[in-house]
Design a protein around this ligand. Structure first.
Ligand code: 2YG
Ligand code: MG
Length: 268
């Protein structure tokens, strides 16, 4: 699991509007529509406006990431939620949020990032929310995934969730996963995936899903004017030159799409 830095989250808080504008140009969807289109087909209206949502800083393990909870709140407010960071961290923060009649709590330690609905007791995990949200973005940008070849990079927690979603949306998934045990685990649960080499996959697929924690191994020469890349993976698999060549077709940010889908999934 990639640990975000204060620079990562600060940069996102500063460019949330720009990111959403690029996303809307490419997919026709803003963060709200994308989140609602992810939690239900066809999309349903989720009561995000005015929902009382608290982000609770967690000090365990490697401790608080400066700006992380603030960035989560910035994204939630962007969605129309009545969101704030609790004054206290940890258990005191959870108590503070409950005393303030909060609908949903967001909290993350070094291992998990979750959203908890205090009324329905629903617990939503970031990994499948991020994966599903990025598949929605790729599908909206491509128009449809039906029988489209999609190159999936990585079968970690986000990659496995993305594989399930891509297959369920009708895509022909080609996968690159150097770890044989991860590949077997995915195939053993019956996921229809075609293992390929990176070179073969890049030569056949215009749609790419990067769910790897490794970066900069796909260069400008490997992409074309019709390539679209959904990149929840941190850092991006694409070199700066490849990212420049892709422009808005390189869908990549550290937290916004995941938090938007978590909020919608927690409140639906
Ligand atoms: O409360 C805090 O500030 C810290 N306990 C947060 C720690 C979060 C660690 N996890 C990560 O940085 C990422 N895995 C979060 C999710 C990234 C995108 N999907
Ligand atoms: Mg990567």
């Amino acid at each position: 699991m990639t640990r975000l830095t204060t620079e990562d989250v600060k940069a996102l808080s500063d460019r949330l509007d720009d990111f959403e504008a690029g996303l809307r140009d490419l997919t026709g969807l803003g963060l709200r529509e994308l989140a609602m289109g992810t939690v239900a087909h066809p999309p349903v209206c989720v009561p995000l406006y005015g929902a009382r949502v608290a982000a609770v800083p967690v000090t365990s393990g490697d401790g608080v990431i400066g700006g992380f909870a603030d960035c989560v709140v910035a994204i939630l407010r962007h969605l129309g939620c009545d969101a704030w960071v609790t004054a206290q961290p940890d258990v005191r923060g959870i108590q503070e949020a409950y005393d303030a009649a909060t609908d949903v709590l967001f909290l993350a330690d070094d291992h998990r990032f979750i959203a908890l609905n205090t009324r329905t007791a629903r617990c939503v995990d970031d990994d499948p929310a991020t994966a599903d949200g990025y598949v929605t973005a790729l599908e909206a940008a491509a128009g449809s995934l039906l029988s489209r070849h999609v190159l999936l990079l990585g079968l970690g927690p986000v990659g496995r969730a993305a594989a399930r979603r891509l297959v369920s949306r009708g895509a022909a998934v080609e996968v690159v996963e150097p770890d044989g045990s991860r590949l077997r685990a995915a195939l053993d649960v019956g996921l229809k995936l075609q293992p390929v080499t990176l070179a073969d996959g890049l030569s056949r697929c215009d749609l790419i899903f990067d769910a790897t924690p490794s970066g900069g191994f796909i260069d400008a020469g490997d992409v074309s004017s019709i390539t679209i890349a959904a990149v929840p993976g941190l850092p991006s698999a694409f070199t700066p030159a490849a990212q420049a060549a892709l422009g808005a077709r390189h869908i990549h940010e550290p937290l916004a799409i995941g938090v938007a889908v978590m909020a919608a999934r927690a409140l639906v």
